[in-house]
Design a protein around this ligand. Structure first.
Ligand code: ATP
Ligand code: MG
Length: 444
């Protein structure tokens, strides 16, 4: 069945899953969601130009036009694995609590300088996004970079079974999605599933030698290509500044050759190179250093790596430094969890050239039973320092014991915010996606 579907797939224009957005001559996969059943749209998809539809409800069967399977999502995943195996493209898997998308985009920007790369679009990192990413691999693709997200144990192992990564990197392990994982140990174990897969299949792990949590997962595994600030790593990287992040890197493994990727001798040197990024924050130093390591591993020239880093502009409210009147805004409203919130506060503390620091913080979601405790820890951390202003927004922050103004809803704070006036301040705006705090400074 998969072989037959595969033949149709390679003669099609790809895969569509949404009838509002059908690519002509594509195969429509009738996925089900919480509030919709893709089967009911199969006919519409065909009318809009899809050449074939994969369905799992016989009521919508149309002879010669639909393929009836047990489960559409499983079939999509099987097709993706089949395709990935046929083309034998190299696959990089990226997971972690924070920094997956940023790191994936940075690696893509670097490797694309000299190689043909496909990567996860945006944040499509789940059991639908991973197969869709694999299905964008073309015969000419050198490497596919696949972001893998999880909020329950076993999910990364499952995504690995679909993507079959040849290389992997865990960006960070922190307190995110505690509700689904049950505990921090649950988070470590789940992220570690990427390394478990790579170890079992004797694949290469790219690792941050300065992260004790991910280092502990490597145990005695030897097939590791490392980066870090200290000695004994394959790629040494130093952080010269964090606003914006400036990185200095040098290679300490000129002798290694990566199979299929001959050393690019020209411009390849152990003299340190500096790249100035458009990213801010010490955590982004790690993300950038990881992209240097991948660039080095695949034998890109120093110039290409530098260009890849310098040309990457962050999108979607992720750690952007903006000018707002006389103020500087660190807009990090894309998401938040205890680890990324702590990293953002530490980063703010390190920005010494700003005497007036203001924090506008929104709730961190998906913490389950840990919600109260984790919000209180953030407040307790804030209390250890002096701030020009702190504003806490959301049901969880409202429940903390805090010496700062607390607002239960975004709307409540917005009214107050309109009347506040800031001057020459550095303002951190950070909260979970659902808080959408970027609305505060939109159109202003
Ligand atoms: P998601 O779970 O939404 O896919 P993600 O892992 O893809 O998130 P990014 O979107 O790259 O992460 O970054 C989200 C936020 O996490 C950043 O804006 C920043 O606050 C924080 N962050 C980024 N990189 C790191 C890191 N290496 N360590 C800790 N926090 C980080
Ligand atoms: Mg992401």
């Amino acid at each position: 069945m998969i072989e037959e579907l595969y033949q149709r797939y390679i003669n099609s224009a790809g895969v569509s899953t949404d009838t509002r957005n059908i690519t002509p001559n594509s195969i429509y996969f009738a996925l089900k969601g919480a509030s919709f059943n893709g089967n009911t749209f199969a006919q519409e998809a065909l009318a809009k130009g899809a050449c074939y539809a994969v369905i799992d409800d016989p009521a919508y069967h149309i002879a010669d036009k639909t393929l009836l399977v047990d489960d559409v999502l499983t079939t999509l995943q099987q097709l993706a694995t089949y395709h990935r195996r046929k083309l034998k493209t190299l696959v990089i898997g990226i997971t972690g609590s924070n920094g997956k998308t940023t790191t994936k985009e940075l690696i893509k920007s670097v490797l694309s300088q000299q190689l043909n790369i496909v990567a996860t679009q945006g944040n499509l990192n789940n059991n639908i996004g991973v197969p869709l990413t694999l299905l964008t691999i073309k015969p000419e693709t050198d490497i596919a970079i696949v972001e893998m997200g999880a909020n329950h144990p076993g999910e990364i192992a499952f995504l690995c079974s679909i993507a079959e990564p040849d290389y992997g990197y865990i960006t960070s392990i922190g307190k995110a999605h505690l509700e689904g994982f049950g505990s921090f140990e649950g988070v470590i174990k789940t992220k570690g599933e990427l390394y478990d897969y790579l170890k079992t299949h004797h694949k290469t792990i790219i690792a941050n030698a300065d992260n004790p949590i991910t280092e502990a997962l490597l145990e005695n595994y030897n097939n590791v290509y490392s980066f870090g600030v200290g000695e004994g790593v394959n790629v040494s990287a130093q952080c010269l500044s964090t606003q914006p992040v400036k990185i200095q890197f040098a290679d300490s493994s000129l002798q290694t050759t990566t199979e299929g990727f001959p050393a690019n001798i020209e411009g390849f040197t152990d003299t340190p190179t500096v790249a100035t990024s458009h990213l801010v924050g010490s955590y982004n130093f790690t993300n950038i250093a990881a992209s240097v390591a991948f660039g080095r591993y695949f034998k890109l020239s120093t110039k290409a790596i530098q260009k890849g880093i310098e040309s990457y502009i962050p999108q979607n409210n992720r750690s952007q430094l903006l000018q707002w009147g006389s103020n500087t805004v660190l807009l990090d409203a894309y998401n938040a969890n205890p680890s990324s919130m702590t990293a953002a506060i530490d980063n703010l503390l390190s920005m010494n050239s700003f005497p007036n620091k203001v924090l506008i913080l929104g709730d961190m979601f998906e913490l389950g039973d840990y919600a109260t405790q984790e919000h209180q820890s953030i407040v307790d951390k804030l209390k250890e320092h002096q701030w020009a202003g702190v504003y806490l927004i959301g049901k969880n922050f409202k429940q903390t014991k805090a010496p700062y103004p607390q607002y239960e809803t975004f709307e409540e704070f917005r009214e107050v915010f309109k009347k506040l006036s800031f001057q020459d301040s550095l303002i951190l705006i950070k909260g979970s996606r659902g808080m959408a705090l970027e609305r505060l400074i939109a159109n202003s």
